[in-house]
Design a protein around this ligand. Structure first.
Ligand code: HEM
Ligand SMILES: *[C@@H]1O[C@H](CO)[C@@H](O)[C@H](O)[C@H]1NC(C)=O
Ligand SMILES: *[C@@H]1O[C@H](CO)[C@@H](O)[C@H](O)[C@H]1NC(C)=O
Ligand SMILES: *[C@@H]1O[C@H](CO)[C@@H](O)[C@H](O)[C@H]1NC(C)=O
Ligand SMILES: *[C@@H]1O[C@H](CO)[C@@H](O)[C@H](O)[C@H]1NC(C)=O
Ligand SMILES: *[C@@H]1O[C@H](CO)[C@@H](O)[C@H](O)[C@H]1NC(C)=O
Length: 339
């Protein structure tokens, strides 16, 4: 087939083919229904455990869903986030944006435990995060969608990469646009995915700067609606407990477009939320659009979650027995008995 081509071109084509094979060797093809033969009950097990966890604590929905973001942005959706520290590896759980903030790891542990009972060594922790996030959204009143599966779990994690990549609540709209564009996520994806803040809570630690010293001005963020600011001042007094939490929007257990309505009226909890309406025309356009059209928000959110779920590192992986330790680790408990 190539014999008609000049030699140089043939060599070039062979080289390109070789490169593509090297890439595909570590990049896996994701598809819906990946476990339909090997573990047909997988998706319903995940949904049941999420349902149960929400009965125990409704916030688990938000906390689980957030895990997808913090996993996928750091070297792809590979459950690197879930690895505990070892004497030779600083994991991502204690990175700047994750420490004292990410939670509900034990919900993922419970899902894994159930799935190991049902079909040993089949379902990856990385896929569990993706299924669990979708279910958290559905069970909070948000859209349903089919998730692509077949991910492998990483062999390592990187606290350094998490520190470098994950955004601070101080981020302006421009900084967020820039960050998301590095993952080929558009301005629309960014605003829709920020709509995940329709559920859940955040700490005073994440907002005191905007209440008392926005951008070093010694003054509060002027974009805050005055009554709302008074409420936040009471919740988060200067010098108070940084671990006290407040709701990310007015309906923190319901996945809806209230978050966008709140931004339009100056009631965004995080600076990184309010700035999407207050400081940038490109993001404001989508905030307005989603605030008046929940269906458009749901559609864009699903597209964003699927795109984010497609991120891969291209590194080799495994199916972990225990989401907290790599199979080959001499540290941690290798029998899948969870701490
Ligand atoms: C640039 C974008 C983003 C920034 C700056 C950001 C920042 C934050 C911050 C600061 C918190 C509160 C942390 C704390 O105070 O402990 C938070 C919570 C949360 N984030 Fe984001 N986030 C972003 C994007 C996303 C995305 C893309 C998702 C998911 C798709 C997400 C899901 C959540 C959820 C659900 C919570 C509440 C968690 C809970 O209640 O436990 N965030 N985010
Ligand atoms: C990890 O354990 C699973 C389940 O026992 C196994 O299928 C997989 O091959 C293991 N991976 C490695 C790298 O040993
Ligand atoms: C973004 O898209 C470009 C061009 O299609 C591609 O080369 C790059 O690998 C993508 N980046 C990510 C993080 O997917
Ligand atoms: C406000 O922030 C600026 C710059 O970060 C800092 O120099 C200043 O001391 C802060 N003021 C207060 C009252 O914390
Ligand atoms: C929140 O609590 C943790 C442990 O309970 C503590 O280490 C941390 O310093 C507290 N954070 C803030 C901002 O007060
Ligand atoms: C497992 O760990 C040992 C010792 O650290 C190492 O020599 C070996 O290459 C590892 N095997 C795999 C499959 O990662």
């Amino acid at each position: 087939m190539m014999s008609g081509l000049p030699l140089a071109l043939r060599i070039l084509l062979l080289f390109l083919l070789h490169m593509m094979m090297m890439i595909s060797a570590t990049t896996v093809k994701l598809r819906p229904g990946f476990y339909s033969q090997t573990c047909p009950g997988a998706e319903s097990v995940v949904r049941e455990v999420i349902k149960k966890s929400m009965k125990k604590d409704p916030r688990n929905a938000a906390s689980v869903m957030r895990l997808q973001f913090h996993d996928c942005f750091v070297n792809g959706c590979d459950a690197s986030l879930l690895l505990d520290d070892t004497p030779t590896m600083l994991g991502e759980k204690l990175s700047l944006s994750n420490i004292n903030s990410l939670r509900s790891y034990e919900v993922i542990d419970e899902i894994k435990e159930e799935l190991e009972k049902l079909c040993r060594g089949i379902v990856s922790c990385a896929d569990i995060i993706i299924m669990a996030s979708r279910d958290a959204v559905v069970l909070s009143g948000g859209p349903n969608w089919e998730v692509k599966l077949g991910r492998k779990d990483s062999l390592t994690a990187s606290q350094e990469d998490s520190n470098k990549i994950m955004p601070s609540p101080r981020f302006t709209a421009i900084a967020q646009i820039e960050l998301f564009s590095q993952f080929n996520l558009s301005v629309k994806d960014l605003v829709a995915l920020s709509g995940s803040h329709s559920i859940g809570k955040a700490r005073c630690f994440s907002i005191v700067f905007r209440l008392y010293n926005q951008s070093g001005t010694g003054k509060p963020d002027p974009a805050m609606e005055p009554k709302f600011r008074e409420k936040l001042d009471k919740l988060c007094p200067l010098g108070g407990d940084g671990n006290v939490t407040g709701d990310l929007d007015a309906t923190p257990r319901i996945f809806d477009n209230q978050y966008f309505k709140d931004l339009v009226s100056g009631r965004g909890f995080l600076n990184s939320d309010q700035t999407l309406y207050s400081s940038n025309e490109r993001t404001r356009k989508y905030v307005q659009y989603f605030s008046s059209d929940q269906r458009a928000f749901f559609k864009a959110f699903v597209e964003g979650m699927v795109k984010m779920g497609d991120l891969q590192s291209g590194r080799p992986g495994e199916i972990r027995r225990n989401c907290r330790v790599s199979n080959n680790s001499t540290y941690g408990n290798l029998d899948g008995v969870l701490r």
